[in-house]
Design a protein around this ligand. Sequence first.
Ligand code: ADP
Ligand code: ZN
Length: 602
Amino acid sequence: MTPEAILENTFGYARFRGRQREIMETILAGDDALVLMPTGGGKSLCYQIPALIRPGVAVVVSPLIALMGNQVTALRQAGVAAVSLNSSLAAAEQRRVVERMLAGELDLVYVAPERLLQPRTLDLLERCRLALFAIDEAHCVSQWGHDFRPEYLELAMLAERFPGVPRLALTATADLPTRREIVTRLHLDGARLFVHSFDRPNIRYRVAERRSGSRQLVKFIREEHPGEAGIVYCLSRAKTERVAEALSGVGVTALAYHAGLDHATRERHQRRFLVEEGVVIVATVAFGMGIDKPDVRFVAHMDMPGSIESYYQETGRAGRDGEPADAWMLYGLGDVVKRRRMIEDSEADDGRKRVEREKLDAMLAYCELASCRRANLLGYFGERLGHDCGNCDTCLEPPETRDATTEARMLLSAVYRTGERFGANYLIEHLRGEVTERARRLGHDRLSTFGVGGELKAREWRSILRQLVARGYLESDPEGYGGLRLASAAGPLLRGAEPLRLRVDRKPERQGQTRRRAANDIAESDRELWEALRAERRRLADEQGVPAFMIFSDATLRDMLLHRPANEEAFLAVNGVGNKKLERYSAAFLRVLVADGKADSV
Ligand code: ADP
Ligand code: ZN
């Protein structure tokens, strides 16, 4: 069997993506490979197809049981003999798996590293014919990353104990230090390296100024993603609960997820998110790895993440199926102040703090961009886009910028003259000349900066202030009372030696309106059939107790909509329909499609 034949017959796809074919070639030749591909890039096929071609069983190491369960269910849907070997299996089932492995009846066995490393498992593997080892989420060997798994370090021994069995390490973590760590720690010195572009063209990046918070989110979900699955990230546990409540209040199925919930509740929420359609999970960063759901249509950040790495990883969970998805973030002055505080208050040493500050600055610069967001993100990871993407808010609706030198100087002087110890609200009142009890008591109403900025609205001042903090002209005072003081960069600007251009924030009613699209871009005339296909998928999924996307992905349904297959042959040509799925599901879906065709012709 050739990789092409399996791609088509088993998985139902017409062509390989990127370098999938080359990667398979490497493994088929018996060599090792390290694959860096973004989430949704199609890493799994790189070892699944060789597993079906090479004699023997392929061992896939994966860090989470939930993740393995998903992969196994999806493979079985395609008719592949796959199992996950774990402690949740009953003794008899485990014995059965062992027998089938020894008899060479299984194509893929998924196993967690701690199970793999047990002497009895290793002994078992020595008695089996092995096709390959795939080490998924290979960045778990990195001691500096947040997904560090000590057992991953011990996987290095596979090289010595099973020489001649090709190994494939895969990850979506792109940076160079992690890459180097994977190579040394897993003894992959001779491995061929495959670095895929990290661009996710189907994700639309958007950043909006935070105003009402929850209400903006409600509007976004209602107008752009009604009935669709999404993840909302919040900084604190309490906030996840609040936001989930606000969404539930307007009829969105929203569930909270954070480390403070008991295990059973977390499991239940995660399961509902996976299996039901249109569930929104409102989570802290505790929710992430292992969420292998391809049809997440949006990832929303209610608070700004602390680094581009985190942001990219979190937003990457949207649209793994390649269909249009949104990465939507709210951002405001509070984030800047809060994040800076978190770094200063942390226990980290000075070196570490400096690195964190730099990462934060890159994140802030991203928020305030007036140019293509995707170009900036990819540039951060060392990749050049070379053109504007046309699918981010700044490309679709270029923001205005204006010369704000005068206002910035007014603001910096006001900070200086009031003694570098007041927060945003007081400074804005001062500039706008609002006579308050406090201003009078302190004599600030007699300062030359009092009231010089009366022609700008408080909101406009807030925007300028935020940008000055984001760009490092102002910093929050180390005492932590929210006061702002001049940073060293402020000097030249204050002296008038340097001009400054700032973004003009959009009017609130226009924010986030970047080319609104109907849910999933389905044409009005196709809606009825689309819903009928979804309902059929839902019915079949419920029957088997599996997530709907495991029957067919949104991309596959969309292809049905486009080609309207009327017989089995045409149905097999649909993207994502392989032999097994043809056999199992063609009758049910053809009934829906044909009924619709008849309705059209009358
Ligand atoms: P990753 O593990 O890299 O995040 P997956 O392996 O889960 O990504 O693949 C993401 C989606 O893309 C899956 O639905 C998968 O079936 C699909 N896919 C992978 N390769 C192809 C291909 N060559 N053609 C069409 N779809 C593909
Ligand atoms: Zn762009």
